[in-house]
Design a protein around this ligand. Structure first.
Ligand code: ATP
Ligand code: FE2
Length: 327
């Protein structure tokens, strides 16, 4: 396949459009983020309405950045799941309209796999992905024809845990970056550390941290303890996945992977095992259209045939559902 691919991301709060060339050059990376009102979470319908307004302009801007006419594209890719139904449908409608209007093929990709495959653009070949975002906390890797989830959270996502604590502490949304800025060691306050087999749980940690906050523990000390404990849990599971699979590359993804301390802990663990750690630029860790475009390109050029499923969103599109024919 020759020609650039345009990717549309709209699984949750971020509407984004990215364009990549076949050799992996990032030609455009546009995004608009829905911000819920202070104190409230994301309402799927409101986020979708935001995306309805934002996407046409983002597509135009991305094409202008790439200096391309729509008809010069080789493919339109979009994230068909997992995510919030109304948000997914909005992105799918935009992708469908663009593809059909210009006679382009349409390909629906898995959002979580896109977070992994963007690591290949960074130079990885067969990595374990430590995917830490608001809604998702998973350790993913390719094995025997599918992307497998080796471990995941049993309750809330790690980013949601940080955001919930931040909200209770009056820090506003999102809490993750605010806690990072506040965190101050080296004294490590003990908090529940919950790794069960290859899975993790964060709600016990959240409850305990909130109790200590109510008891008057200084915020910087608590922020430090939350980061150290939660990130150690995630790194432990990632390390075990590397050990079990024998893979020698680790890719970080998801919004929480923007955190400098997480990056430091992951690369320390990787160094100790002779594993190469890929920490993509922050713009590629958070939800973005580039990773959707890139996965679309990888699948399409790898012989994946687009079919009826590519025209349908799937809120529960699990990482291991798709048979991987393009690797
Ligand atoms: P997904 O749909 O993949 O679950 P998402 O909707 O959660 O993604 P992302 O942009 O991947 O969106 O991640 C947002 C999360 O990342 C928020 O919970 C936010 O607090 C967290 N985050 C962002 N920057 C940092 C940081 N520097 N340290 C810790 N957490 C961070
Ligand atoms: Fe994401």
């Amino acid at each position: 396949m020759s020609g650039a691919v345009l990717g549309i991301e709209s699984t949750a709060h971020t509407a984004a459009v990215g364009i990549v060339s076949p050799d992996g050059e990032i030609m455009a990376d546009r995004k608009a983020i829905f911000a819920p009102e202070a104190g409230s979470g994301i309402h799927p319908r409101e986020a979708a309405n935001h995306h309805v307004v934002a996407l046409p302009g983002l597509v135009r801007e991305a094409l202008a950045d790439a200096q391309l006419a729509p008809s010069e594209l080789a493919l339109v890719a979009y994230a068909r799941g997992p995510g919030l139904g109304p948000c997914l449908r909005t992105g799918a409608t935009a992708a469908r309209a663009l593809a059909h209007a210009h006679g382009l093929p349409l390909l629906g990709v898995n959002h979580c796999v896109a977070h992994l495959e963007i690591g290949l653009l960074e130079g990885a070949t067969d990595p374990v992905l430590l995917y830490l975002s608001g809604g998702n906390t998973q350790v993913i890797g390719y094995a025997h024809g599918r992307y497998r989830v080796f471990g995941e959270t049993l309750d809330i996502g790690i980013g949601n845990m940080l955001d919930k604590f931040g909200r209770e502490a009056g820090l506003g949304f999102p809490g993750g970056p605010k806690l990072e800025a506040l965190a101050e060691g080296p004294e490590l306050e003990p908090l529940p550390y919950s790794v069960k087999g290859m899975d993790m749980a964060f709600s016990g940690l959240l409850t305990a941290a909130l109790r200590k906050l109510a008891d008057g523990m200084p915020l910087p000390r608590l922020a430090f303890a939350i980061q150290e404990t939660a990130f150690a849990m995630a790194c432990e599971v990632a390390e075990r996945a590397l050990a079990h699979t024998g893979k020698t590359e680790l890719v970080l993804g998801g919004g929480v992977a923007c955190n400098a301390r997480l990056r430091e802990m992951a690369s320390t663990m990787a160094d100790a095992r002779d594993v190469t750690c890929f920490a993509p630029a922050k713009a590629l860790c958070v939800d973005n259209g580039v990773m959707i475009a890139w996965l679309g390109h990888v699948m399409h050029s790898g012989g994946y045939e687009t079919g009826p499923a590519d025209d349908k969103v799937d809120q529960r599109f699990r990482t291991d559902m798709a048979e991987v024919t393009w690797r």
